[in-house]
Design a protein around this ligand. Structure first.
Ligand SMILES: Cc1cc2nc3c(=O)[nH]c(=O)nc-3n(C[C@H](O)[C@H](O)[C@H](O)COP(=O)(O)OP(=O)(O)OC[C@H]3O[C@@H](n4cnc5c(N)ncnc54)[C@H](O)[C@@H]3O)c2cc1C
Length: 391
């Protein structure tokens, strides 16, 4: 088989680039269906972009790399596409845009676009033995639609990261990069819950509260969720991308208010009330019970001096914890690190050292925050490659 462009990986980035590359395009995936992560994303509604998408919401060894692709295909471009296809959407919170009906609308849109562009989609197919040829690349394809050699003028790698192996995630992008001497930065799980080996939060599992979580010098104010295994919730997932093994995190359970002044005022008006009863005005009662046991919080408010209250508040706002680890790739929403951006053109996503070879989407060392940023990177990086290919 001879094609102009072979794209490996029919996820968000692979489908988007296939629909726009032009010429004869072959799209290969080992899964039964394309866009499986889109389908399950955002609780089945796909948080497909973010109104506030900006390069500062992305992690990479080169903070500037994502700027070009994000500027040339923006969240507004993707919103216009979604609207042109009549997909109803809404903003949930913090600029996060979701489908009103189903994430399947996005998959169906991409499939329609690919069909219109005449993309040849091969599912349940594996590609191996990638090599350079005089006029491009070759690889072996094995699947129900075709088994044999493929030669392609251009090769686009869109196989994503290692997150959720159960859904078919593999490290193929990194293997192909190494095969062509393209460097790969260290990878680790991102947007992932923290674990504590001693199960210390099991008794308050299910309790959620607004909090500020700080890891690696970066803070996020969103919900914190206690789990049997440790800590989760949006604030924790966000912070996890900035956390490194062995480091401490800080939890501020009262980020929004001056709780010290409030407790002093309450002490004057309601001094005979239990401290824990008054704390439960600010924090979930089960969390207060848990903290009361840990910190020996007994007595009435009137029994507490200013110094005592101040040290309690300092503890609530500066709770230092050292996670034992994370839940890893098994549940991580993304993979941090990946194909080294130093080896790619930020305008086209092509590797200048291997002309015609492109890496797009999550496979690249660009990782977004929670909230639609990772899909926007998939769309933007895919369009950078597709436009370069289409000329
Ligand atoms: C549970 C969950 C929810 C998420 N929710 C959101 C959200 O709401 N908003 C958001 O912005 N981001 C979300 N993300 C992140 C987002 O899904 C990814 O960043 C995005 O899908 C990356 O797109 P991609 O095309 O690079 O890779 P993927 O979408 O992962 O696609 C890679 C494709 O390559 C295929 N593949 C892999 N290995 C091989 C191989 N060896 N041979 C052949 N094919 C292969 C896979 O089957 C897959 O189809 C979520 C992630 C998860 C896990």
């Amino acid at each position: 088989m001879k094609v102009d462009t072979a794209i490996i990986g029919a996820g968000a980035a692979g489908m988007m680039s296939a629909a726009h590359a032009g010429g004869r395009v072959l799209l290969v995936d080992h899964a039964k269906a394309p866009g499986e992560k889109i389908r399950i994303s955002g609780g089945g509604r796909c948080n497909f972009t973010n109104l506030h998408c900006d390069p500062s919401a992305f992690l990479s060894r080169n903070q500037h790399f994502a700027k070009s692709a994000l500027a040339r295909y923006t969240q507004w471009d993707f919103i216009a596409l979604v609207e042109a296809h009549g997909i109803p959407w809404h903003e949930k919170t913090l600029g996060q845009l979701f489908c009103d009906t189903s994430a399947k609308d996005i998959v169906a849109m991409l499939r329609r676009m690919m069909q219109a562009a005449g993309v040849d989609l091969h599912l349940q197919s594996t590609a191996s033995q990638f090599a350079n040829t005089t006029d491009g690349f070759s690889f072996d394809l094995q699947g129900p639609d075709y088994t044999g050699k493929v030669s392609a003028t251009r090769l686009v790698i869109a196989t994503g990261g290692k997150s959720i192996p159960k859904m078919g995630a593999t490290g193929l992008a990194y293997d192909i990069a190494r095969r062509f001497d393209v460097p790969v930065t260290e990878t680790r799980a991102g947007l992932v819950p923290f674990t504590f080996a001693d199960g210390r939060f099991a008794e308050i599992s299910g309790v959620a509260t607004p909090a500020r979580i700080t890891a690696g010098g970066t803070s996020f104010d969103e919900a914190l969720l206690f789990t049997h295994r440790g800590l989760s919730g949006p604030a924790v997932l966000q912070a996890s991308s900035y956390w490194k093994e062995g480091e401490e995190i800080t939890v501020n359970l009262c980020p929004e208010m001056d709780i010290f002044e409030d407790l002093r005022t309450r002490r004057q008006a309601r001094g005979r009330k239990n401290l824990t009863t008054e704390l439960a005005q600010h924090l979930p009662a089960r969390l207060v019970d848990h903290l009361a046991k840990q910190m020996d919080l007994t007595g009435n408010l009137a029994d507490w001096s200013d110094t005592g209250l101040q040290s309690l508040v300092t503890h609530l706002q500066n709770w230092h914890l050292t996670p034992g680890g994370t839940e890893g790739y098994r549940t991580a929403e993304v993979t941090l690190g990946g194909v080294d951006t130093d080896a790619l053109s930020s305008r086209s996503m092509m590797t200048p050292a291997v002309p015609g070879l492109y890496f797009i989407g999550e496979a690249v060392d660009v990782t977004g925050w929670l909230g639609g940023y990772n899909f926007q990177w998939a769309w933007s990086s895919a369009m950078a490659a597709a436009r370069d290919i289409a000329g």
